[in-house]
Design a binder for this molecule. Structure first.
Ligand code: APR
Length: 237
């Protein structure tokens, strides 16, 4: 059986990683997403953008995968599991998931904004959150940027192709912890449904996907995912 998981920030919420759009705690409640997560924002103030991503990069050292991530990794003992994630954290990998496709990039990859070469050199230290950090420079003269997909940028082709294959080849798609409003990622469950594949949504709140989903589990990821595979026959009737 092939299980494809499409995850968003909500799966990492119970690890203490803020989501983007949760009213009080969401990251977008604290910063302007277009100022901090767009190529225009980068051009206008690379130091501010760097400080924000570097803080999130280092923050990952103090959080751990939760029972939601761990359950998805455990499913690999029973099924062929593919994880399509919008998250830039590394919690799926740290939980033990092998097939993880980062549609929006990663906090652990960096590249030159001019020649696009990958950068694996020294990162600036950040003993505490600061407003600005000077980006490292590439030998070509460009600035090193996070390898994260910003608003208006194209998704990484390889991750996108693997994600589409993972959805079209799935026997079931489990959509967990995403508001399902950011395309093209949000189009993947629609593709599954159009192919007649069951889609189960795991989210304590309703989303635009809820009505079309085959089944909805109004629970948190860490609560719902550990026993979800066993519940599928009942959920899918
Ligand atoms: N378990 C499951 N779902 C949860 C939990 C939880 N413990 N806590 C919150 N959620 C749900 C919220 O109800 C919401 O629907 O997770 C979702 C988080 O939505 P967003 O904050 O919009 O995050 P996401 O869907 O991943 O955002 C998609 O938008 O800003 C861009 O690039 C960014 O990848 C991100 C994309």
């Amino acid at each position: 059986m092939q299980v494809t998981v499409l995850s968003g920030a909500g799966i990492s919420a119970e690890s203490g990683v803020p989501t983007f759009r949760d009213a009080e705690t969401g990251l977008w409640a604290k910063v302007d997403p277009y100022e901090i997560s767009s190529s225009d924002g980068w051009k206008a103030n690379p130091e501010k953008v760097w400080a924000w991503y570097l803080w999130r990069h280092y923050m990952m050292g103090s959080v751990r995968p939760n029972n939601g991530h761990l359950a998805v990794a455990d499913w690999q003992d029973y099924a062929d599991v593919h994880v399509v994630t919008q998250n830039v954290d590394n919690l799926h990998e740290r939980a033990g998931s092998k097939n993880v496709y980062h549609l929006h990039g990663s906090l652990f990859e960096f590249r030159c904004d001019y020649c696009q070469s990958a950068y694996d050199g020294e990162l600036p230290a950040m003993p505490e959150p600061v407003e600005t950090v000077d980006p490292p420079q590439c030998p070509c003269g460009g600035l090193i940027r996070p390898n994260v997909v910003w608003f208006g940028e194209a998704l990484p082709e390889d991750a996108w192709q693997r994600s589409v294959s993972a959805v079209t080849g799935a026997d079931i798609v489990i959509v967990v912890g995403t508001s399902s409003i950011v395309y093209p990622a949000a189009g993947l469950p629609e593709l599954a449904l159009a192919n007649g594949t069951a889609v189960v949504e795991v989210n304590p709140e309703p989303t635009p996907l809820s009505e079309a989903a085959t089944a909805v589990v109004r629970e948190s990821a860490a609560t719902a995912l550990p026993g979800l595979l066993q519940r599928l026959p009942t959920l899918l009737g």
